[in-house]
Design a protein. Structure first.
Length: 303
């Protein structure tokens, strides 16, 4: 009787988990199908390569596509060195009981729970009004040059937002490297820095790349932080300098969905823009998976 009861309970749990997984996959499939049906016919080379026209009632999304790519690149260049170095310090050098290490961990945990709109207000107050005004004063600009929304401040704001993701994923990757490898390297006469550079970081590289992908995926789709720091409603020109404003696929989608004078006319543009954003995110994840797999194979072959 007990065996039959355990079997029924086990079968029920398996059925519930399978049902939950099916519901999640079905919801994702439904969303993707709806987006593809609504936007696939409108996606073309002209749509991807032209600027918006007629008050965004026509044309394409190239400025938004370029702005999203440039913003994501600058964000990645800013967040990865800081995040990786912070994780290396926390795991490889800092004592777990030290005040600085505990303060950094508390700050990372708190940053991960802050709403994204708060990061936008932080970027406006700190980067634009404080740092930007300080630069204008130091460099002798009489008019606003750095103390205004621009792609540099937007990318730094997103870097702060995604910093906890990079730190946590990098620290987990460092923790996954066997301690025996560190001990063997030190026993052979290598210094701690040499062990870190030649043993630990190569072994943790797949996990570090995973953190980079997670940061890029989150940063590329965030809209709230860039509302105050650089995103433009309608700007056919491309950002040519670090203090230029820019268009963004996420913000472009928000504008089309909420502020269009003719919802029915812009509906195909809206669906096509969402489809491009989803495809871009999926492509980035796919490239990261391929890079991570190749890196693991090289590391395994090296051992």
């Amino acid at each position: 009787m007990k065996h039959a009861t355990r079997k029924v309970v086990g079968l029920s749990l398996v059925s519930l988990t399978a049902l939950a997984a099916f519901i999640m996959v079905a919801m994702l499939a439904f969303i993707l199908l709806d987006v593809v049906q609504g936007g696939w016919s409108h996606v073309s080379w002209q749509f991807l390569s032209q600027a918006p026209t007629d008050g965004m009632m026509g044309g394409g999304i190239f400025p938004a596509l370029f702005g999203t790519a440039a913003l994501t690149l600058l964000m990645t260049l800013a967040v990865m060195p800081v995040g990786v170095l912070t994780a290396v310090y926390l795991h490889e050098y800092a004592r777990p009981s030290s005040f600085l290490a505990r303060a950094v961990r508390v700050a990372v945990a708190n940053l991960a729970g802050v709403p994204s709109i708060v990061f936008g207000l932080f970027g406006l107050g700190f980067f634009i009004l404080f740092v930007g005004k300080g630069l204008d004063h130091a460099l002798g600009y009489e008019e606003l040059h750095w103390a205004q929304p621009g792609i540099l401040w937007a990318s730094l704001t997103l870097a702060v937002l995604t910093l906890p993701v990079v730190i946590v994923s990098t620290e987990e990757a460092l923790r996954a490297v066997p301690q025996e490898q560190r001990t063997a390297s030190l026993a052979l006469g290598a210094t701690q820095s040499q062990t870190l550079a030649r043993v630990v970081l190569p072994g943790a590289l797949p996990g570090i790349l995973t953190g980079a992908v997670l940061a890029v995926s989150r940063g590329a789709g965030e809209v709230a932080p860039i509302l105050f720091t650089g995103a433009a409603y309608f700007l056919p020109d491309l950002p040519t300098s670090l203090n230029s404003q820019f268009m963004h696929l996420g913000y472009h989608t928000y504008v089309l969905a909420t502020q269009s004078p003719d919802v029915e006319a812009t509906r195909p543009l809206l669906y096509a823009t969402v489809l491009v954003l989803l495809l871009l995110t999926f492509a980035l994840n796919l490239v990261a998976v391929l890079i991570r797999t190749r890196t693991r194979r090289k590391a395994a072959a090296g051992h």
